[in-house]
Design a binder for this molecule. Structure first.
Ligand code: 2M8
Length: 433
């Protein structure tokens, strides 16, 4: 990889990404997250494409190499020899005994589908190198199979994809999961290992009660061979950010199909994106003025304003974009008002709001990147630039924190976190100072 030249941000971000690179992929953070995570790798590739398009391709290819026979891309691909550092690890999942699992040890769950979008952005960073290596030719069938898995195994009557675990949303302890998770019975008396607390303060991580339920759900999914046929599975939710990212990735597959001359497939991807966009409207909560999650077990929309509900701003032709922009700029998320840093993960005024606890309030860099991108694409260049520059500034001053106190910008969670470095680099390239 070429050395980071130029600004301190560029140099330091390059260093973080080099520290966390493991030869074929990048771990999110050396201590807390010592394996490859699915949507992290996609975000990381979006940044590393500026340093080494080839390494960004490898990041995505290594994840695609862990695809299961049914098309799923696993939440985690485990690094050999690091079973004690993270729970649940490879000895919990024992994926090798599940028919059709990957050739390497992985988790059985999934994460949000941002991969095809990332693959397209990586290609665009250096189309000649991408064509020379046949990057898209090799990636496209696997990405298409991933989306086919989501359609075949994870799509219900609404036409939207559902997730079966808070971890699958990527926003693990979001208030959106409070009610659906309360209905899950934790394994009574079971030990809840928390190696994560060696690397981050307990007040900044999900609680033990949440972890008990996370493990109970994961164990049930594993014990059913992760085959998605467990009809009484107690957690099944539709999430606006997951759906919005799938729309973007379907549109990216359409572009990739065009690049590869697969014109029939291109139209199919566009049609699917249009249908998903229409289905997303079933998550609109009129009284709250935002998109929310639907609990498919109770059938209820979950009445919480979170950053997940703002992510649909990325969807072209979204019906309620103006209302969402109003919410983003109002007192609950505070964009441009000087009272919040970046975009808080949850409504600043809500009873559930917590300045430190993970996805219940702190500001994250991946969601800031998504919203900055949406603002830019919607022609709101000044707001996009202001958000991008704030993200770059805070990335460097927080030593690339995992997340930030949403009022003060103080670092929270782990430091030298890969997607913070990668996405700050991408924002810096898009909005040079
Ligand atoms: C967090 O989730 C993991 C489980 O996947 C955890 O808390 O142990 C989330 O922030 C998730 O979005 C992220 O992909 C992962 C690794 O950075 O950490």
């Amino acid at each position: 990889m070429t050395a980071g030249v130029g600004s301190p941000l560029e140099r330091e971000a390059t260093r973080v990404l080099a520290e966390n690179w493991r030869g074929l992929y990048t771990v999110p953070a050396g201590g807390l997250y010592p394996h490859q995570w699915s949507w992290d790798s996609a975000f990381i590739a979006i940044g590393t494409r500026h340093l080494s398009p080839r390494r960004a391709q490898q990041e995505i290819e290594s994840l695609l190499g862990a695809q299961w026979a049914d098309g799923r891309l696993p939440q985690i691909v485990f690094t050999a020899g690091r079973d004690d550092d993270y729970s649940p690890g490879p000895s919990f999942w024992r994926s090798e005994r599940i028919p059709g699992s990957a050739p390497v040890p992985t988790a059985g769950l999934i994460q949000p589908p941002n991969h095809a979008w990332a693959a397209l952005l990586v290609h665009e960073a250096d189309p000649a190198e991408s064509r020379r290596r046949g990057f898209l030719e090799r990636a496209y069938p696997r990405l298409a199979a991933w989306h086919a898995y989501l359609r075949a195994r994870r799509t219900g009557a609404s036409g939207l994809v559902h997730v079966l675990h808070p971890w699958e949303s990527g926003m693990d302890n979001s208030p959106l999961w409070d009610a659906p998770l309360a209905a899950v019975v934790e394994n009574a008396g079971a030990d809840v290992p928390r190696p994560d607390l060696r690397h981050a303060h307990a007040s900044e991580r999900p609680s033990n009660a949440e972890y008990g339920r996370y493990l109970a759900l994961a164990a049930r999914y594993r014990d059913h061979d992760c085959d998605d046929t467990d009809e009484g599975f107690p957690f099944r939710v539709e999430d606006p950010a997951v759906s919005a990212l799938l729309v973007r990735s379907e549109l990216a597959l359409a572009e990739i199909a065009r690049e590869l001359g697969a014109h029939g497939e291109r139209g199919d991807h566009e049609d699917r994106a249009a249908r998903l966009t229409a289905s997303l409207e079933s998550l609109w909560h009129e009284a709250l003025g935002t998109y929310v999650a639907r609990d498919l077990v109770s059938g209820r929309l979950q009445p919480h304003r979170t950053v997940s509900g703002l992510v649909p701003l990325l969807v072209p032709g979204l019906a309620h974009a103006e209302q969402l922009l109003g919410l983003l700029r109002g007192e609950r998320f505070g964009l441009g008002l000087g009272r919040a840093v970046l975009v808080p993960s949850a409504d600043l005024t809500a009873d559930t709001f917590d300045v430190s606890r993970y996805w219940r309030g702190p500001s994250w860099f991946n969601t800031a990147w998504l919203i900055a991108r949406a603002l830019e694409e919607r022609g709101l260049a000044d707001e996009a630039r202001a958000l991008a520059r704030d993200a770059c500034r805070h990335a460097l001053s927080s030593d690339f924190a995992e997340y930030l106190h949403p009022h003060t910008g103080e670092p929270r969670g782990t430091r030298r976190f890969s997607w913070t470095a990668a996405l700050a680099l991408d924002l810096l390239r898009a909005h040079p100072a």
